[in-house]
Design a protein around this ligand. Structure first.
Ligand SMILES: CNc1ncnc2c1ncn2[C@@H]1O[C@H](COP(=O)(O)O)[C@@H](O)[C@H]1O
Length: 430
């Protein structure tokens, strides 16, 4: 495990042995961990040593880069963060190196750690990674290497989310989603799709159809959303319209977006329901409800109608009545359907406390948006994001919940246990 440092380490150090034993006793799920952002430093050094000295495939300052990661990279803007990855990628570009890195990441989460009295960080890991095509592997080979390592662990312990990078072209997105679907159909342990990458880049709207295909094939969907204040509200609304199962960060999700989509806040005006549903089709589950409503509307229209008896004999009269009743019934059923859908929609928010603080998207724990979600009993999952640059661990992130203010959020044990359960409930495999 990489050494932990900073805020999360301070929160952990402030806890009593009984508190730590309590955190260890909770069944925990890590749902938001990026593979290449979670490689232990010792593994990176091992990977460097497997290259000949002055190997031109590695950046010449690779050791200095690792040293910077180890001592804590100061981040002033989000670009500083994304520029950390090319050097790491140089080390994980062959199947062997990728397998080594994947194994080390999984073990860091799921296996007994010597520095933690042989207690693992968590019981379940949904590891995510972006399939990368390198001179040594295709995207398919990349995923296959990662899955080979994941599948060495029981299904109840580890699974894979395929990440789609916002910077990808649509054809690359299509390839990645096709692969995720094929692998899942082939019995491999792919459980979801993620949208990630530099939030200042990309036109994500063009990816919608591909995420829908993934969803239809049974994959869970999680989206990094509103990570920066500059992320447009229109983009967040478009992403929420995809009905993702979970949301990453959601730091700057506007009150309007929450009100439009989430069931835990008073609803504002209705979002437009799908107008294309054919309720008259016997295959539609709401056909009976539609027909009942249609007859009700028809009777009402006929009762209210003041046309002459002669006019009521005309074919056009019956045609108009039928059309109006159908339209009214369709609208009513659509509104009911939408209200029902919204009542149920509470996508779990993947919360990465240290990541948000270090990337300076959240000024302090006190101002962290987790407080809003906890107050509204909206599901959240505590996650690490990238243990390598953020020098944290899952147990240290939980320590940030339990530690007294100002070191932590000062939640009670009952509240922390509830948060841990919410993450378990939000697994894509359950
Ligand atoms: C600050 N939070 C974040 N926001 C958005 N994307 C992030 C991220 N942290 C990591 N990634 C995404 O994950 C990749 C590394 O892992 P994989 O190569 O996929 O295994 C990064 O290149 C970035 O695209």
């Amino acid at each position: 495990m990489s050494t932990i440092a900073g805020l999360a380490a301070a929160a952990l150090a402030s806890l009593s042995p009984a508190d730590i034993a309590f955190l260890d006793s909770l069944p925990k799920a890590e749902l938001h961990a990026h593979l290449n952002g979670s490689i232990p430093v010792a593994t990176l050094l091992q990977l460097v040593s497997s290259h000949p000295p002055d190997d031109p495939s590695l950046p010449s300052d690779i050791l200095a880069h690792i040293e910077r990661l180890q001592s804590g990279v100061p981040l002033t803007k989000i670009n500083d963060f994304f520029s950390l990855f090319p050097a790491i990628y140089a080390l994980t570009s062959t199947p062997n190196a990728l397998a080594t890195a994947t194994r080390a990441v999984i073990e860091a989460f799921l296996c007994a750690q010597p520095d933690r009295d042989a207690i693992p960080q968590c019981q379940y890991l949904e590891l995510r990674t972006t399939p990368r095509c390198t001179p040594h592997m295709s995207r398919q080979a990349y995923l296959s290497v990662v899955l080979d390592e994941i599948e060495k662990f029981p299904a109840a312990a580890a699974s894979l989310i395929v990440s789609i990078d916002r910077r990808m072209s649509e054809s690359d997105v299509k390839e990645c989603v096709d692969l995720a679907i094929q692998l899942r159909k082939g019995g491999r342990r792919v459980v979801g799709l993620d949208l990630c990458g530099d939030p200042t880049k990309g036109e994500v709207e063009t990816f919608e159809g591909h995420f829908r295909r993934g969803k239809d094939a049974g994959l869970g969907v999680t989206l990094h959303i509103a990570e920066l204040s500059s992320n447009l509200a229109s983009e967040s609304l478009a992403l929420l319209n995809w009905r993702p199962d979970r949301l990453g960060h959601a730091t700057f999700l506007s009150d309007d977006a929450k009100a439009q989509f989430f069931s835990d806040v008073p609803q504002s005006e209705a979002t437009p329901a799908a107008a294309s549903a054919d309720y008259t089709s016997p295959a539609h589950p709401l056909q009976a409800a539609f027909l009942a409503e249609y007859h009700l509307q028809l009777v009402r229209l006929q009762e209210d109608n003041t046309e002459s008896a002669e006019a009521k004999m005309m074919l056009s009269y019956h045609f108009d009545m039928d059309k109006t009743a159908r339209r009214a019934a369709g609208r009513i059923i659509r509104e009911r359907e939408e209200a029902e859908r919204r009542k149920k929609y509470k996508p779990c928010i993947e919360i990465c406390l240290t990541s948000n603080l270090l990337c300076k998207t959240v000024p302090s724990l006190d101002e962290h948006h987790i407080r809003y979600y906890l107050k509204n009993d909206h599901p959240v999952a505590i996650c690490t994001d990238d243990t390598l640059p953020f020098r944290t661990s899952l147990i240290a992130e939980y320590a940030l919940l339990l530690a007294e203010r100002p070191l932590g959020l000062g939640l009670s044990r009952t509240e922390v246990a509830r948060v841990a359960q919410m993450a378990m409930d939000a697994r894509f495999t359950v």
